[in-house]
Structures are given as C-alpha cells and as structure tokens.
Design a protein around this ligand. Structure first.
Ligand code: PA5
Length: 450
C-alpha cells in the first residue's frame, strides 16, 4: 500500500498545524466526494477505476492486440492531457532502451509521440525513422482542434497514408476523442475509423486511465487491468472516512498547503529512477494546471536524482529557501546488480564490494533528504512497493486525488485551465486566423514585429 512518510517535515510543520487543518480537509473531501466542488462536472475520474465498463476495457485490449500484431510503429498524436499520461506510464514501465531493441526483443511496436510541439525538424526526423515500417496512428484530442496535434495529424496522414484507400486507412488510424462533438469525431465517422471516447466528465490531465492513456499503454504491453486495479485499491483507501485516520493523499495535500502558507513557493518532485522522468512531467501538468490560477498555487518542478544533484544540488542545498521536496521512493528494484570486488581498489569502492546497487541508491536518497532538511528544505517521501503497473496505478490515483483536495483547500477550481487560452489567442491572431484581425493589430503594435 502506498504511504506518505513525512517525519522530515517535522521541524517545519508542528502537529497542531496539521490538526487545525482537519475542518478544511474534511470540507474539501466532502465537496470532492459529493461532487459539489468548483468544477464538479469534471470529477468523473474519481470513480473511473471501478466504473469503467468491461466492454471498453475489452475493446482497448483487442485494438491494442491488433496494433501489436499488424504494425511496427504506433505514433501517438496528442498534447498536454492527451499526451503526458500515456508517455509517463509507458516510459516508467518500459525497458530503458526500448527504442534500440530489435522488434523481436521488444515484443511490441515502437511507440513514438507527435503533436506535442510544433517543431518541423522533429516531425521530419520522425517521418525519416518510420520509413518502410508498418505504421498505425492514434490521434488523441478531446476538442479535435488543438493546433499542435491537428497539424501533426494532417501532415502525418498525408505523408504516410496519402495513397491509401478508405478501408486501408481504417486499419491504420484510431481516433480518441469526445463522444459526440469535435472535428475528429466527424473525421472518424466520414472514414469509418475505430474510435474511443474521452468521457465528458473527465478533463485532459485526469484522463490517463481512460482510453486516452490506456490504449497506447496497452500497445506497449503494460497490463492495463493491473494499472486500474492499483488505482482502484488507492481509491478505496483514500475514500475511507477521515475518522479512521488520514489517507496518504490527505496527508500529502495538507502538508503541501501548510508549506505553501509558510511561504514555500515551489515543490520539487524527485525520483531516483530515470524512467520516471515523464511521470514527473505528467505530475507537473496535473498540479500546475490544476492549482496555478487566481494568483495562487505551488510552482511545480522535477529532478532526476542522483543526476541532478550534480547540476541543481547546489541550488537546492544552499539557494533561496523557496522550495520543498517530495521523493518517490520505490521499495524494490526490478533487477539489482552487485558491485564486484576489485583488489586494486583504485576507485576506492572496495568498502562497497558485494553490496547491491540498490543499497547505494537508498543511502544516497537518505543522505540527500537529511542534507536538504538540514539546509532548510522540507522533505516528504512517497513510498511504493515497486515500479509495476499495479503500483503506478496507485500512484496515479493518489496524485489525482491529492491534487483535487489541494486545489479545493486552496480555494481554486482544480478542473479548469482558463489561462491556457491566452497564448492560443495570440498565436491565432499572429497566424492570421479569421476572426482575430483586431487582436493581431494590437499585438503587432505592442511587439513592433510584422
Ligand atoms: O489538461 C488539459 O485539459 C489540456 O492539457 C488538454 O488535454 C490539451 O490542451 C489538449 O487538448 P485536446 O485534447 O482538446 O487536444
């Protein structure tokens, strides 16, 4: 079971401060669980691990199986909430050098991502690498009109499948979008494509356990039933009455709020497993987009340890005292290695001979946390058993719930993202999209660029 260890916040948070948060936490839980909080129309993710229909899971598994059988490469096209969850789970659970493995050894299609930026060089290189391969595209967009994936989808479709007959296209393109609305829904209907639904009551950054994440994740060979089972178990634990004790997500959310009130501006998510890098990217969006509004919220940052101890370690240890740290701590590794004896001992490592690398990593984690606390950086640890589908499911649900509770306690709507529109409006105006002429004139006057 996932737990939050917060002994290393004791010198920063007094027990009575936590106790005094009970009414606020209790109110937030009630609003969330009774779907009465701001943005409650987007709380479908709360029950998702148990409410997802068996037929949907089967359809995802069957489609994934077909893609695995018939293709060498799956290109997943999407951005933000329609991208990060799938990538987070796939990278967390795949071989570190998956893209370099032979098709035979990898046992599933190579999974590549597109539409998460507007770099022509990236798309050019992607087209280059997939030449001669059997390709499938999974285009994911709730609105169907988000510029980045729409451009990538149009270019990839034309370049890869321009010559295909409609029935051949139907074998290659899978659309994940809104049930009724949107440009992609119409495109899928016109072309007879396989489609998956992004539920109306689930926003992008909470959608990893819908077909948005589950289809690409299943293609990558991850057991999606185990992922959902882990999420379901965490759902059960976290919704138990407060009178039975605080759930891990309660403790984490309250500690974050208390530290924010004390003036800590940023939270750093740390992991000692490099495959968790995209999980941290997913976490940054989840918390950043949910809480960062109305002039409030914690700034979300992430680090890969011990790599970043040799780049950002100095700043974290002695720079401005503006952040606290949350460490993802896997209790076991998948494949341990022992440090061999070497009589010459030129590297002065003989005192560690025979020790597993995981032991060294654990002591690095302990030593770093203690050093950072001594340097004024509060430290929390999220303990999970292993880097497996089940436990990642637990972790996903834990973060989603803690994020919603934090946002509600901090007085924001954790399920909207009005600020994301600002850059889009300017971009449309500067691109000359019809309807944005006045804004274009204003922007040109400000920037001086034509
Ligand atoms: O979390 C969100 O809502 C956003 O990150 C969206 O997922 C992102 O902007 C992509 O939107 P869409 O799925 O409509 O293409």
């Amino acid at each position: 079971m996932l737990t939050v260890k917060d002994q290393l916040t004791n010198q920063f948070i007094a027990p009575h401060e936590r106790d005094q948060m009970v009414p606020c936490l209790s109110a937030a839980r009630q609003m969330l669980d009774h779907h009465t909080c701001p943005g409650s129309e987007f709380t479908g993710w709360l029950d998702l691990p148990v409410s997802m229909r068996e037929s949907t899971i089967e359809q995802i598994e069957e489609t994934a199986e077909r893609i695995r059988r018939e293709t060498d490469v799956l290109i997943v096209v999407g951005i933000g909430g329609s991208y990060l969850g799938a990538r987070a789970v796939i990278e967390a659970l795949s071989h570190h050098f998956s893209s370099l493995l032979s098709d035979e050894k990898r046992k599933h299609p190579l999974i590549l991502f597109a539409g998460h930026q507007i770099s022509p060089d990236y798309l050019h290189d992607l087209l280059d690498i997939v030449k001669g391969k059997r390709i499938a595209l999974n285009v994911i967009s709730k609105s169907g009109t988000t510029t980045e994936p729409a451009i990538a989808f149009r270019i990839l479709r034309h370049r890869l499948f321009g010559d295909l007959r409609p029935e051949e296209l139907a074998d290659r393109v899978i659309v994940t979008t809104d049930e009724k609305r949107g440009a992609l829904r119409a495109f899928a209907a016109d072309n007879g494509l396989t489609t998956f639904v992004i539920p109306d009551d689930i926003g992008g950054r909470y959608s990893v356990l819908t077909p948005v994440g589950l289809l690409p994740i299943a293609v990558a060979g991850v057991d999606i039933r185990a992922l959902l089972a882990g999420a379901s178990s965490e759902r059960e634990h976290s919704a138990a009455p407060l009178s039975e004790g605080w759930a891990a997500s309660d403790l984490y959310a309250v500690n974050r709020m208390l530290l924010l009130k004390k003036g800590y501006a940023a939270e750093i998510l740390a992991s000692y497993e490099p495959s968790m890098r995209y999980f941290a990217e997913w976490w940054k969006q989840l918390f950043g987009e949910s809480e960062g509004k109305d002039g409030k919220g914690l700034i979300t940052m992430s680090v890969d340890y011990t790599t970043d101890l040799h780049s950002l370690g100095q700043l974290i240890q002695e720079g401005p005292r503006a952040f606290f740290e949350t460490v993802i701590d896997f209790q076991s590794v998948c494949h341990d290695l022992r440090i061999p004896h070497d009589e010459s001992d030129l590297d002065q490592l003989e005192y560690l001979a025979g020790r597993p690398m995981s032991f060294v990593s654990r002591q690095a984690m302990n030593g770093t946390a203690l050093a950072h606390v001594a340097g004024g950086v509060p430290n929390m640890r999220i303990e999970i058993e292993s880097r497996s589908a089940y436990h990642l499911g637990e972790l996903i649900y834990f973060f989603e719930r803690a994020c919603a509770l934090s946002g509600i306690m901090n007085g924001v709507n954790p399920f909207d993202q009005p600020g994301v529109e600002a850059y889009k409006r300017n971009m449309f105006a500067l691109l000359g999209k019809p309807g944005y002429e006045n804004l274009r004139d204003e922007l040109v006057a400000v920037s001086g660029d034509e």
